[in-house]
Design a protein around this ligand. Structure first.
Ligand code: AP5
Length: 222
């Protein structure tokens, strides 16, 4: 079950992918998380990525592709994966298609999580994340039990630098210019499924669960 999650920043791709990954036993592969981890550990990749990410811009295509190439070759990705935040441009989608062909596999679906810009801005500006375990909260929609402290591990909660208003505006602009075209690109290949994401989190999850269950059964049979 090889799935791509498409959708604007803040649509809930990460939130949904974490739970689906746990339920269906396939890895959640987020290029954003991998780049933030590189920034945290201070690697060369992290230093390069920081200059793009904090301002809300995309890292160069080849950087993102190299990360994904290495990750998809790992053992745990053999039975499938959820790609979150990749591809983000048409050249990235073309490179992914080529890579999967070389590996003798293909995508099953590109799932587009649809949400309006108003909802997205509210979500991003209220998002808080645990510094230790990465769990995601929202100050109104999914508040932690104690202010500033992670329910799961007791770690400190922080706001991503790119969740500041100027960076959010830039990310939405970049999404419209570079990523939104992927919706048509995957629709033309018969791979696109649309799922509403500006409804309650549990409702979106139910719809995604149904889709994932169908593919799980199909993959087990084939
Ligand atoms: P990335 O980390 O991928 O950020 P993004 O696409 O902007 O997505 P987000 O993580 O902001 O949103 P999400 O959809 O996962 O929302 P979430 O579930 O957290 O990328 C960051 C940066 O890395 C990029 O800008 C770029 O610089 C770089 N990068 C990454 N990949 C790249 C690539 N392939 N090429 C080039 N550059 C790349 O939810 C948001 C909030 O809403 C949370 O607080 C959550 O609690 C809340 N929420 C979620 N669902 C609901 C709901 N249904 N109801 C109420 N609240 C909800």
């Amino acid at each position: 079950m090889n799935i791509v999650f498409l959708g604007p920043p803040g649509a809930g791709k990460g939130t949904q992918a974490v739970d689906l990954s746990r339920q269906f036993g396939i890895p959640h592969i987020s290029t954003g998380d991998m780049l933030r981890e590189a920034i945290k550990t201070g690697t060369e990749l992290g230093r390069l990525a920081r200059s793009y990410i904090d301002d809300g811009n995309l890292v160069p295509d080849q950087v993102a592709v190299d990360i994904i190439k290495e990750r998809l070759r790992k053992e745990d990705a053999r039975a499938g994966y959820i790609l979150d935040g990749f591809p983000r441009t048409i050249p990235q989608a073309e490179m992914l298609e080529e890579l999967l062909q070389e590996m003798g596999t293909a995508l099953d679906r590109a799932i587009y999580l649809e949400a309006s810009e108003k909802v997205i801005v509210e979500r991003l500006s209220g998002r808080w994340i645990c510094r230790e375990c990465g769990k995601v909260f929202h100050i109104v929609n999914m508040p932690p039990r104690a202010d500033g402290i992670c329910d799961a591990c007791g770690g400190e909660l922080y706001q991503r630098p790119d969740d500041q208003p100027a960076a959010i505006r830039q990310r939405l602009q970049v999404y419209r210019e570079k990523t939104a075209d992927l919706i048509r690109w995957y629709a033309d290949r018969g791979l696109l499924l649309r799922v509403p994401a500006d409804i309650a989190r549990e409702e979106t999850y139910k719809k995604l669960q149904e889709i994932f269950s169908r593919y799980k059964v199909a993959n087990e049979v084939s």
